[in-house]
Design a protein around this ligand. Sequence first.
Ligand code: SAM
Length: 345
Amino acid sequence: MAARGKVAAFNLPPLPTVGEIIKLFRLQAQKQLSQNFLLDLRLTDKIVRQAGKLKNAHVCEVGPGPGGITRSILNADVEQLLLVEKDPRFIPGLQMLSEAAPGKVRIVHGDILTFKMEKAFPKHLKKNWEDEPPNIHIIGNLPFSVSTPLIIKWLENVSKKNGPFIYGRTQMTLTFQKEVAERLTANTGGKQRSRLSIMSQHLCTVENRFVIPGQAFVPKPEVDVAVVHFTPLVQPKIQQPFELVEKVVRSAFQFRRKHCFRGIETLFPESERLKKTEELMMAADVDPTLRPFQLSMSHFRNLCNTYRKMCEEDPSLFAYNYREELKQKKRQHLPKSISQTEQTE
Ligand code: SAM
């Protein structure tokens, strides 16, 4: 069955429905792998429309499963579609789709977390970072346990212009648990403002496009799902290395409900903690009594820039790890017999 949404420009020949494919190849969703399928092709068309015009585009779909979103992508008249699927049970059904769209589909049986995206598309598609995004898109409805670590990895790739961003500002249209999507897009002061909000918004334009109610999936997950679209920014809002921004932001959100200086303090060894925290907050012009979720992007920019200067003045500072110091202190306070046993283990 071909999709009928507005996106359809190219029609697949008659095929079994996604539901029939599931029955034919006995593709029962594996609950422990959070496999929840979309069978309604109007909905998969709507997800695919969020990516923008796909005519002649090169698309990578992550986790195609039984192929609902895959059909909508093919119906949008793409040039090439790369499918990366971890579960071998889905490969024969995807091959059937591939035969219906000759020369367009490449199927990779593999894990998207380790798949080398820098070689996924032809070289001639590369654009300069400052130019319009290349005609390359990543689209996917993955399990939540994969989509969050994956977006963190891809944000690091955006920052370093490697992985899928070796081709320029490749756009992504991905699903997340609704609450995670709210964190990704939360504004200053918002209830869901978190580390993920800063890490994503300082590198990308992030838009929460629409919510898919849990009951649209088979089987129905416990939660609702949201479709989020990412376009990497030409200039990141914080122009510092990914690892440095990550460290400052993670520290700031360490104690969510406390004043922000409590988290910022953890950037510094105990011996100089008060003095250095005060120095950082003053130079960055941040009110230490604000809560972490009240800090704006420019507050974080100032904090990162000032922390960078402090790291340049004291080259051992960046390697300092608060949790390590805590662990060591705990060990020192243990009765001798216990700490000796621990050391010999
Ligand atoms: N996209 C299909 C849909 O919307 O109906 C399936 C969605 S299901 C939530 C997630 C799919 O991602 C499954 O097919 C699963 O096998 C696949 N998957 C899970 N982890 C993966 C990984 N690390 N790499 C590639 N595919 C993965």
